[in-house]
Ligand binder design. Structure first.
Ligand SMILES: Cc1cc2nc3c(=O)[nH]c(=O)nc-3n(C[C@H](O)[C@H](O)[C@H](O)COP(=O)(O)OP(=O)(O)OC[C@H]3O[C@@H](n4cnc5c(N)ncnc54)[C@H](O)[C@@H]3O)c2cc1C
Length: 409
């Protein structure tokens, strides 16, 4: 009887695994099971609908997990060059925005259309509306919905964004075979802080430098910061959320430098000059320098009454205002949950998988790829790249093993 391969999960890593398997072993029947009514629902919303599909800076630094070195083989065997070649080969023109790579069309839908077309071309059988809750191995065969397969790739994603089909219920497909799960955290998400000041600034966006400090861990990001009712959001904040989520016991604090182009001394000089020329109260001191509301809230944060006369400001007080402008600090109280987060940190432990094939060390013939594993990347294309790299490697390895007639024992 012919060998058969099943893939559970039709997201980024499942689709590319199916294509890699079919390309490497064209006579191998490949069946992909997806719980949603169609595959790739998550791909459609990536990068705000534009799909930031990879990043030119593919180093391990941008990945996280208990054993981050696990990513090395997948990233070197199917890294940036191979990924771009693959997408060019299926018909996708790409472009770079800084280090981030997008489809030239800036439409995530086109990435999905081409992946589906390639699956079609390679005769991958796609079965949607198939929520797989049981995976058993009997007599060296994996049983899914009463159908026997020789190998299975589990590509079910994590726990973040459950409305897209990833609610964390599918880890059990692997834990049933003895695999273990780390703690799970929502990441690349908005950060909740004490709300005294952020609430007053709700809706204001600034270009800033944001730094998170939790015990001896720090991370700094430059970019847009958005003040919200519950805390902080915006691109510069999202990459701080991993430390915020995983270090609550270390009372993380976020410092925002609201005028990163200027040193504290330069700001003091600007304010001293302004204070010498300007009449009236502090309410207008920062008008023309910062967003007006931000300026007023910063003065309150620095401990001033807005009715205080500018003419009464001492040099020491001006330095206090510069200090607040350079370091506007917020105690972190948590992060937004899995419902809103795009990515899960943590997952199935990688130590029980072979990183040269993505095959389980506990159950031969069983493979796992993408976000279901304990690997997460920074914001900027690294998560999809992990899905492409690990998915391609798993599909290729599974297909080659079955081609060679190796037994799953
Ligand atoms: C809003 C948003 C924006 C993002 N933007 C980017 C970006 O621009 N760049 C980037 O690099 N990353 C981005 N990500 C993260 C990236 O999309 C994921 O890390 C990546 O898609 C993970 O791929 P995966 O194949 O492991 O899992 P998923 O893409 O999550 O796919 C898993 C699939 O398995 C299916 N499934 C789950 N359980 C079962 C089951 N039991 N039976 C059958 N099917 C099942 C699910 O329905 C789903 O289709 C974003 C994520 C979100 C939510």
């Amino acid at each position: 009887m012919k060998n058969k391969l099943a893939i559970i999960g039709g997201g980024a890593s499942g689709l590319i695994a199916a294509i890699a398997a079919a390309r490497n072993n064209p006579s191998l029947p490949v069946t992909l099971f997806e719980r949603n009514t169609r595959v790739g629902k998550k791909i459609l919303v990536t990068g705000n609908g534009r799909c930031n599909l990879t990043n030119t800076d593919l180093t391990e630094y941008h990945y996280h997990g208990e054993d981050v070195g696990f990513v090395s083989v997948a990233l070197s065997s199917f890294g940036l060059e191979k990924t771009l070649e693959f997408f060019a080969d299926i018909g996708l023109l790409t472009k770079a925005e800084g280090n981030e790579i997008y489809p030239y069309s800036l439409q995530a839908g086109t990435v999905l259309d081409l992946l589906r077309a390639e699956c079609d071309k390679r005769s991958v059988e796609i079965l949607c509306d198939q929520y797989i809750t049981s995976l058993k191995k009997i007599n060296n065969q994996f049983i899914i919905n009463d159908i026997a397969f020789d190998s299975v790739i589990v590509a079910c994603g994590g726990k973040a964004s459950p409305h897209l089909g990833t609610d964390g219920s599918s880890y059990q497909l692997l834990t049933d075979f003895g695999h273990t799960l780390t703690e799970l955290y929502p990441v690349i998400t908005q950060i909740k802080t004490e709300t005294d000041y952020v609430k007053q600034l709700k809706g204001i966006k600034i270009e800033a430098v944001a730094e998170i400090v939790a015990a001896n861990l720090t991370r700094t990001c430059i970019g847009e910061v958005l003040f919200t009712e519950y805390g902080l959001s915006g691109p510069a904040i999202l990459d701080l959320s991993r430390i915020a989520a995983t270090n609550t016991q270390n009372s993380p604090v976020i410092h925002i430098d609201t005028m990163p182009e200027y040193s504290r001394d330069e700001i003091t000089a600007i304010l001293t000059k302004k204070a010498n020329k300007q009449n009236g109260t502090l309410e207008e001191l920062l008008t023309g320098i910062l967003n007006k509301r931000l300026g007023q809230v910063l003065l309150k944060y620095a401990g001033f009454d807005l009715k205080y006369e500018i003419s009464l400001l001492s040099y020491k007080e001006i330095k206090k205002i510069s200090a607040a402008i350079k370091q506007f600090s917020f105690k972190v109280t948590g992060v937004k949950g899995f419902q809103n987060a795009p990515v899960t940190a943590g997952g199935i432990r990688t130590k029980d998988f072979n990183n040269t094939t993505m095959e389980s060390k506990l159950c031969p013939g069983l493979y796992a790829t993408g976000e279901i594993l304990d690997i997460d990347g920074d914001c900027g294309g690294w998560n999809l790249q992990w899905a492409w790299s690990s998915g391609y490697l798993a599909g290729k390895s599974a297909a080659e093993k079955l081609k060679n007639g190796d037994k799953n024992d």
